[in-house]
Design a protein around this ligand. Structure first.
Ligand code: PLP
Length: 497
């Protein structure tokens, strides 16, 4: 089998193995690790419908994480995808109305981040062993709401690791905040910052790139890594569920093996949809990648005009996990459409951080024809939740509703009737305070906990354990700082000399 090495989007000469890329998270030059080539999937598309999620996971991941042995990889997969998930199918595909929703929220924290963050800690501790790393690994994470909890659920009390999560204190839902502030584990630290997700993410990237900090960490036998989707160890497990979804579409008789599907993905940091793009590049028959944004629609404008411009007002919406103006993983796509030119990529990213804007060439833009971008505003999102519930009885969360609405518009605009999978990224229970009034506006004054019980009556879906847990759990974390003090907070909590 072909060995796959990883290189930085800002320096094509820097080559590391998959396990080293996972350990490091971000490349030392600030770039993101990408596979040198995307291997062709070598499975049998005719038997994909009969395979279990874990079988498909192994088939896909072995092609990209080539320095892991079969035993190592299978052991990581077994530990990740077990009874932590409340549905034995792990990621069921449900048909409602004209749409196929791929439910990616059956993990411990009821958002799609669990699909990758259940396995990342195992991939990382295996990587540390393989590379003879004795330093303790400190996971630094910026979260727009869901990554933080999912990462802590994965790393809590994992020997040899610590995890620090920064979240925008006024930018996450009440349930998301409670989930994080009640997190147990001696190795976890949760910090609310005075700023939005982009500031949290930039702060984390700055700490990663600070040479003096790296030196201090080394002296203290510590090293940083990342649980954000900038870590390739997040992206690779996400490719799996597009293969799985494709198999389910065939199993349900919607397509014949070999026929094309579209995918619609509610997008923030561009990790989930990039995984779909990688799946397509590896040979999965995907026609269109439909990129759905909320009112923070930088990506929509980018696909239309070729200019990425973050100079605009940051909006706090009802789909907080997509409230992002700097979609980090777009850098990986940019790198690809420059013809893997790390100098050009580095220049564009520098323009983004200094001027807040960059423009790609026409030749680059032509390579984006696989993508379609559109957005749903707040009112449309609420209406979509209500419409889907009214017509099918199915209740979707705010993020999924953005995707569902954008898909509806895409079909009207394009007439494309290719069967389409919509990535359903969170349980509606996580956003009951928005979902319930979207369906019954007169109930908008109820408390969050009342909303959860009402949602239970509307949807007839069992209240997930993750929600039961926060009803009674004590608040364990109350650290709030200014965005500018993130590095100091890290040094203090780690008691760095
Ligand atoms: C993180 C998240 C998204 C956005 O995914 P990206 O990979 O950042 O584009 C969408 N919906 C939910 C519920 C999320 O948690």
């Amino acid at each position: 089998m072909q060995q796959i090495m990883y290189k930085s989007t800002r320096n094509s000469d820097l080559r590391v193995t998959a396990s080293q890329a996972i350990l490091q998270g971000l490349a030392p030059d600030g770039g993101l690790f990408v596979p040198e080539t995307l291997p062709k999937w070598d499975g049998d598309i005719d038997i994909l419908p009969e395979q279990s999620y874990k079988q498909t996971a192994y088939q896909v991941m072995r092609l990209l994480l080539t320095d892991y042995t079969e035993d190592e990889l299978k052991s990581c997969i077994d530990k990740a995808y077990d009874s932590k998930f409340d549905d034995p199918r792990l990621a069921p595909l449900v048909h409602k109305g004209d749409a196929y929703y791929l439910e990616l929220f059956h993990g411990k924290t009821i958002a799609f981040k669990d699909m990758a963050l259940s396995i990342l800690p195992h991939l990382m501790t295996t990587a540390a062993k393989k590379n003879h790393i004795d330093d303790e690994i400190v996971i630094l994470t910026a979260t727009s709401g869901d990554t933080g909890k999912a990462a802590m659920a994965g790393f809590a009390d994992v020997p040899g690791t610590k995890i620090i999560v920064f979240y925008p204190k006024d930018g996450v839902s009440h349930v998301q905040e409670l989930q994080m502030r009640t997190q147990r584990g001696d190795n976890v630290h949760v910090v609310g910052i005075d700023g939005n997700f982009d500031e949290a993410q930039t702060g984390v990237k700055n700490i990663f790139q600070d040479a003096a900090m790296a030196e201090r960490m080394k002296k203290n036998h510590l090293r940083f890594s990342s649980a954000n989707s900038i870590n390739i160890g997040r992206l690779v497990p996400q490719i799996v569920y597009y293969y799985h979804a494709y198999g389910q579409m065939a199993a349900q008789g919607v397509i014949k093996p070999g026929e094309e599907i579209n995918v619609t993905v509610p997008t923030g940091n561009f990790g989930n949809i990039l995984a779909a793009y990688y799946a397509k590049q590896m040979g999965l028959p995907i026609r269109k990648l439909i990129c759905a944004s909320n009112e923070n629609k930088v990506l929509v404008d980018f696909f239309r005009t070729g200019a990425y411009d973050k100079n605009r007002t940051f909006k706090v919406t009802s789909s907080p996990s997509m409230d992002i103006l700097v979609s980090s993983n777009l850098e990986r796509l940019i790198y690809r459409i420059t013809g893997e030119d790390s100098e050009v990529t580095a220049k564009l990213m520098k323009a983004l951080s200094s001027q807040g804007v960059y423009r790609i060439t026409d030749a680059m833009q032509e390579q984006l024809s696989d993508f379609y971008g559109n957005y749903a505003d707040e009112q449309q999102t609420a209406e979509e939740i209500a419409q889907v519930q009214r017509e099918t009885g199915y209740v979707i969360d705010t993020h999924t509703a953005v995707a569902s609405k954008v898909y509806r518009n895409y079909v009207i605009e394009s007439g494309d009737e290719t069967p389409t999978v919509i990535a359903s990224t969170a349980s509606p229970y996580k956003f009951a305070n928005v979902v319930v009034p979207a369906i019954y506006p007169s109930l908008e004054d109820k408390s969050d906990l009342e909303m959860i019980d009402i949602l239970n009556k509307i949807s007839r879906v069992k209240i997930p354990q993750a929600i039961e847990d926060i009803r009674s759990a004590p608040i364990l974390h109350s650290t709030f700082i200014k965005g500018a003090d993130m590095e100091k907070e890290v040094a203090d909590w780690l008691k760095l000399n």
